[in-house]
Structure formats: C-alpha cells, structure tokens
Design a protein around this ligand. Structure first.
Ligand SMILES: Nc1ncnc2c1ncn2[C@@H]1O[C@H](COP(=O)(O)OP(=O)(O)OP(=O)(O)O)[C@@H](O)[C@H]1O
Length: 327
C-alpha cells in the first residue's frame, strides 16, 4: 500500500473535526495501519502541507484530507501538479459536498474503511478546474466554482460569527437561509458576458453562474444534476431574469435538482469558460472566497487521482452508507 498522510483541519465543522479525527486515529491504531498526520494551524496551511508532502520524495503517496470542502480545496491546490499523489477525503466539515459527489460515506470511520479498501487499488483519474484571475493568480477547484449571488452568500456566511453559534446548535443550515433572505431583497443582478469554448453569450439581470465538476454544492444542493467529474466537461448553470420570490423557489428546488426545469435557468457544457461582468462579482471555488470577476476557467482532464466509490461496481453492495444517502 502507498504511504498514507492525513491532513486534519481541527477547526472544520466548528471544531467537531478534532473529535472526528480522534475516532479515525483510534481505528488506524486498532488496524495497525502506519500513517503520518499533520494538523492545519491557519487558513491556507493545508495547501502548504500537501505541497511539502508531495515534494518530499517522488514515491507514490496518498494524502487524505480530514475536514470540510475548504480543507479538500486547499489540499487539491497543494497537490494538483504532483502526479504521484492520490487524494482521499474523510468528511469532518459542515457541508462535505465532496463526499456527496464522490460517494464517500458520511460516517468518518466508515469513510476510513472505504479509503483503506480503495487504497489497495489505483485511484480514479478525475478532472479539475483551473481558474485564472485578472491578476494572473491561479486557483484549482474539484467540486465547483460560482460567481454572483451564491458566492456573495457564501462569503457573508463564512465571515459571520452566527455560523459558529448555529453550527454548535446543529442549525448550521439556518445561517445560509438567513443570509439568503437578507441578500435576496438587496442584491443587484448584473449583465454577464460568458464565453463557453469560444461561443459568446450575454446574460442580462443575472443572479449567478456556476461551473460544476460534480453535482453538489452549498451543503447538498444538486446544482448540476448531470455533472460527472471524469467526462472531460464542466456543467455550467446560469440563473437570470427571475423575480426575487421566484429565485427563492429555484433555491428550494435545487435540493432535488429540479431547478433546471425553470425557463430562467440555462445549462451548458464546455471546457473553457470566461466570465466578465459589468460589476465586480464575488467568486468562490469549492465554497471558498477567492476574489472577484473577471476570470477564465480551463478544464484539466484527468489531472488528479482520487479515492472514490464512483463506478466501482464491487463497492455498491457493501454496507457503508454514502454521504448522500441521508437525502
Ligand atoms: N487551524 C485553523 N484555524 C482556523 N482556520 C483554519 C485552520 N485550518 C484551516 N482553516 C480554515 O478553515 C476553513 C473551513 O474549513 P472547511 O471548509 O474544511 O470546514 P467547514 O467550513 O466546516 O466545512 P464545509 O466547507 O464542508 O462547509 C477553511 O477556509 C480553512 O482555510
């Protein structure tokens, strides 16, 4: 088996991830699995740790992120250029959309079981998105990125102290609902110039644009129901020309992936996307704020190896529940 490194964000899930790691570590000791674990100490640290682990020697290695989608996002950014790395994930955050899209069990000990089983085989190659910002900074995403209303809400939620308080009461979702309602009545839609594989589109009164590698975002919303992370294509969603009340309806329907039936929701597929807008729009990648429009996105096909139960027929009959089974 390849060497296993864990990068643990003890602050994910509002500190609950530390307890999750203790459970995982107990199990590693019971099973006598050799491993090395590193704790993140500040935002951005997971990226640095992943880069250092990857560069230590060119041996095949596994890096398992223990945290939320933000932790996985950072690990991806630290390891994406190193081809001898296979990535895995143990859900310890509040959203955990990676687990939904890549069929990782919701329970951390079950997720470890699956990882140890999959680690005996080769990882599956998946696509990643490379975003180039106006200042030439590059960011990679594994789940999805978005510009506009959704990225504004995600930014406000992550800045807010209310998130920590409500998460402690297991009411984490309420903070999204609060900011959704707050911004719903004040947010100004914008004209967006979108180019998809060279084809130009102009959308007026646009609420947001998302570019997805897998279906789930925002803690279980099925924004791109048909997205496949290994098909060499992004699924692009544009929401425009909607009244504020109808937008609310669209948001509710996203949990079941039914929003795509609204005429104001447009969907496309493509590999190269650029987003320009009249006003500077907030931008997120895997739920993390990365800056503002304009930007360009390029799909890097099969750029990463990941441990996933997707398309593993032999995994289907096994007992561990997938993260999405609770929906
Ligand atoms: N030691 C640390 N102290 C403070 N923040 C940290 C630390 N380590 C990592 N972070 C930051 O914590 C943030 C949240 O992490 P993460 O997204 O993994 O958890 P989450 O928000 O609970 O889960 P999700 O994104 O799935 O909702 C990330 O932006 C990351 O940069």
């Amino acid at each position: 088996m390849k060497e296993i490194y864990f990068i643990v964000n003890p602050k994910a899930g509002n500190g609950h991830c530390f307890t999750i790691w203790e459970r995982v570590e107990r199990q590693l000791k019971v099973k006598k699995v050799p491993y090395l674990a590193f704790f993140t100490e500040y935002p951005g640290h997971a990226s640095i740790l992943a880069g250092q682990i990857a560069l230590k020697d060119p041996e095949q290695k596994m890096i398992i992120a223990v945290g939320g989608d933000g932790t996985m996002h950072e690990v991806v950014n630290g390891a994406v250029k190193e081809h001898h790395i296979t990535l895995g994930f143990i859900p310890g955050g509040s959203g955990n959309d990676f687990s939904r899209g890549f069929q990782v069990p919701v329970d951390p000990v079950e997720a470890l079981e699956v990882i140890l089983r999959l680690a005996k085989q080769t990882g599956q190659p998946i696509d990643v998105g490379k975003i180039t910002m106006n200042d030439a900074h590059e960011h990679y995403f594994i789940n999805n990125m978005g510009a506009g209303f959704d990225a504004t809400i995600s930014y406000e939620v992550n800045q807010s102290r209310m998130k920590a308080i409500l998460n402690k009461l297991s009411l984490g979702r309420m903070v999204y609902v609060f900011f959704l309602l707050k911004k719903l009545f004040t947010y100004k839609t914008s004209t967006i110039d979108l180019s998809i594989d060279g084809e130009k589109h102009i959308f007026e009164q646009t609420w947001f644009v998302t570019v997805s590698n897998q279906p789930f975002y925002g803690g279980g919303m099925k924004i791109a129901p048909a997205a496949e992370p290994d098909d060499g294509l992004f699924d692009i969603t544009v929401v425009q020309r909607l009244s504020r009340w109808k937008l609310l309806l669209v948001f509710i329907s996203v949990f079941w992936g039914r929003h795509i039936h609204f005429k104001e929701v447009k969907t496309y597929i493509g590999r190269d996307v650029s987003i320009r807008s009249q006003a500077k729009l907030f931008v997120h990648a895997d739920g993390e704020h990365i800056g503002f429009t304009p930007l360009d996105i390029h799909l890097q096909a099969s750029a990463l190896q990941v441990l996933t139960r997707r398309k593993r027929a032999e995994e289907v009959e096994l007992k561990e529940r997938d993260s999405n089974d609770c929906y």
